[in-house]
Design a protein. Structure first.
Length: 287
């Protein structure tokens, strides 16, 4: 109650810290803490709700995996969603509170990408039009460290960046903490782009392999004059799709120039694609 007292304009950091200590000291601490915080975040008093959100974010920073696991359950996420939803408390929750709740959930999608329920909850809010666009996270607030970082994270492979981040986080100067937050966010963006690049490559190579194999089977039947009209349509559609995959492979190859293994995989897929397209032109188009 003291940590979320709406009559006090500033955060009571002593009480917030004691609350975190109590959460860590009790086995059932995360469960009880989140029940209490959900109730406070849903308060019709704006000051109480905003203080409760600060307490929540501080717990995320200080209360470890047990707390993270509990907050990532639909049981708690639904309580946050009620603050935003016009079917529940969204009608009278202030814009400031709704904006902070949206920021909190969005920041968790960035920091806890492995927590599927958080991702699902946020995507649902976007699909329903409750969240129109991703919020811009404030630079003066350090977000919780990712739990755990993916293997081969940029922080693991870039020693200089890792040392710089450690130095900035140890500093007590606000501008250093802001710089640390910018570094963390830019690195996460870099890792997400890298991950998306790998995903695009894997999907494209897999599709090329499947399409080329299916075209071979259909062309064999075409040679034997055993191809049904439906299969002829499928063969033509596969040919058109494979034509469109060529520029995609070239683009992926230009992205992967620094990665010999990835480049070799793309070039191998391109060979399969060229053979399948050449085969089609010889057998069907008579070229």
């Amino acid at each position: 109650d003291k940590a979320t007292d709406p009559s006090v304009p500033e955060e009571n950091w002593e009480c917030i810290q004691r609350f975190c200590d109590q959460v860590n000291a009790d086995t059932a601490g995360p469960l009880f803490a989140l029940r209490l915080l959900a109730h406070k975040i849903q308060s019709p008093q704006e000051g109480e709700a905003l203080h409760a959100l600060t307490v929540l974010e501080t717990c995320v920073n200080n209360c470890g995996d047990r707390f993270h696991s509990e907050m990532a359950k639909f049981r708690f996420l639904n309580e946050l969603i009620k603050v935003l939803s016009p079917k529940y408390y969204g009608i009278w929750s202030s814009e400031k509170v709704k904006s902070r709740v949206t920021e909190v959930i969005f920041s968790w999608t960035v920091w806890f990408p492995q927590e599927v329920k958080i991702q699902d909850a946020y995507q649902m809010l976007k699909k329903q039009g409750i969240v129109k666009e991703d919020p811009k996270l404030p630079e003066d607030k350090i977000l919780p460290p990712p739990s755990p970082r993916p293997q081969n994270s940029i922080f693991d492979t870039d020693e200089e960046k890792s040392k710089l981040l450690a130095r900035l986080l140890k500093s007590s100067h606000p501008e250093d903490l802001q710089a640390a937050n910018r570094l963390i966010q830019s690195t996460i963006k870099e890792e997400q782009e890298k991950s998306a690049q790998v995903s695009r490559r894997v999907n494209a190579v897999s599709e090329v392999s499947e399409n080329a194999k299916r075209m071979d089977e259909l062309l064999e039947n075409y040679r034997r004059r055993e191809l049904s009209p439906a299969d002829q349509e499928t063969l033509q559609a596969l040919f058109q799709r494979c034509e469109k995959l060529r520029p995609l492979l070239f683009r992926l190859a230009s992205e992967a120039v620094a990665d010999e293994e990835a480049l070799a995989e793309i070039l191998q897929a391109n060979d399969k694609l060229s053979q399948a397209l050449g085969q089609y032109r010889r057998v069907v188009a008579g070229q």
